[in-house]
Design a protein around this ligand. Structure first.
Ligand code: PMP
Length: 357
């Protein structure tokens, strides 16, 4: 490969391998934390029934005004406290660029969302990962000292563990001069959102996505909420090096989804109920289960162990996530599917484990 034209460091970036997103749909897919149910029927009805000819002929609203207003109303904020992006991954990338390039390390937990170190590499940001305790809980006091900022997912991924709001406040108070990002991709499945702290903390940025609890991973819509000076920082970065607005259809579908609160609450309750059932069933099979507030469970299977079970399930058409990484290589991360899918998973696990004993 001729890398002579590349900026230094680019050759160390590994292109994303699409292995977790195989084509074909006969698999039971419990590996990337998608929602197993179709999105809000109000949002889907727009796609089926609305004539988008005019919306598509024109450029989309560059400021996503209606969508931002819907999000602001939902969280009791004003429109200028909301920033939208093409998936929360784009919002995260812009946040890293806007707030963390400071020649000081960005702090995040040592087991966390795998993209954070990638953004650091991409934007030449130093980082320091802070060890979690034996049971994967996070000690807030470890996040003190010189830092460019802090980012944590709450609940954490892939552990599913949750921090209470008073712990989040302690984190915000530890670094009052630096941005603290709470990535709430999974918050709707049982955690307490930090959005209620926004008025009080000028250094707090909360990031959400429609990919999980809204069942719209394919739409690519994420958003950040914080005081106006932080949102203004994101807008400056986005409008200078990336002026891609949210496409016109995504703006409308996302707006309808956000407004359909009854569907959203019902969906989250269903996923949470299935999560509880699954946790119990896994415990009965002898798994060690980390208590989860997300739409997935991190669990350590008994013999033959995580990798062998992952491979055996894959043979049977069930995909779960196996991490070949320190500390979590003995665990599987299992996304919550429908009740029927989880019954199939549990049944198959039982057979595989029984055949080993
Ligand atoms: N944050 C966390 C913690 C995630 O696990 C994910 C996706 N798996 C994202 C952000 C990105 O989600 P999206 O880009 O689909 O909004």
């Amino acid at each position: 490969m001729n890398t002579v034209f590349w900026s230094p460091g680019l050759e160390q970036l590994e292109p994303y391998t699409p292995g977790e997103q195989p084509s074909g749909t006969t698999l039971i897919k419990l590996n990337t934390n998608e929602n197993p149910y179709p999105a809000s029927p109000r949002a889907l009805a727009l796609l089926a029934q609305k004539d988008f000819a005019d919306a598509l002929r024109r450029y989309p609203d560059p400021e996503s005004c209606e969508l931002r207003a819907a999000i602001a109303t939902r969280y009791g904020l004003n429109d200028r406290q909301v920033f939208v992006g093409n998936g929360s991954d784009e919002v995260l990338a812009l946040s890293f660029y806007s707030f963390f390039r400071r020649n000081e390390p960005l702090l995040f937990p040592d087991i966390t969302y795998s993209f954070y170190p990638v953004y650091c590499q991409l934007f030449d940001i130093e980082s320091r990962s802070i060890p979690l305790s034996e049971d994967f809980s996070l000690n807030v006091e470890d996040f003190s000292g010189t830092a460019a900022g802090i980012i944590i997912p709450n609940p954490n991924a892939p552990t599913g563990r949750h921090l209470s709001l008073d712990r989040i406040e302690a984190l915000l108070q530890l670094q009052p001069e630096r941005v603290v990002i709470i990535d709430e991709a999974y918050i709707d499945f049982g955690g307490e959102s930090a959005t209620q702290l926004i008025e009080q903390y000028p250094n707090l940025l909360v990031i959400h996505t429609l990919s999980k609890s809204y069942a719209l991973a394919g739409l690519r819509l994420g958003f950040a909420m914080g005081q106006e000076h932080l949102i203004e920082g994101l807008l400056r970065a986005k409008n200078s090096f990336n002026s891609y607005p949210i496409d016109a259809i995504a703006q409308e579908v996302a707006t309808a989804a956000i407004r359909d609160r009854a569907w959203h609450e019902n969906n989250c309750s269903k996923v949470v109920a299935t999560r509880s059932r699954t946790e119990e069933a896994l415990l009965e099979l002898g798994f060690e289960v980390i208590p989860s507030k997300a739409n997935f469970i991190l669990a350590k299977p008994p013999a033959p162990g995580a990798e062998a079970l992952y491979l055996a399930l894959r043979e049977l058409g069930i995909l779960v996530r196996y991490f070949n990484k320190p500390r979590i290589s003995e665990y599987l991360r299992i996304s919550i599917g429908t009740d029927q899918e989880m019954d199939q998973l549990i049944g198959n696990c039982k057979e595989i484990l029984a055949s080993q004993s």
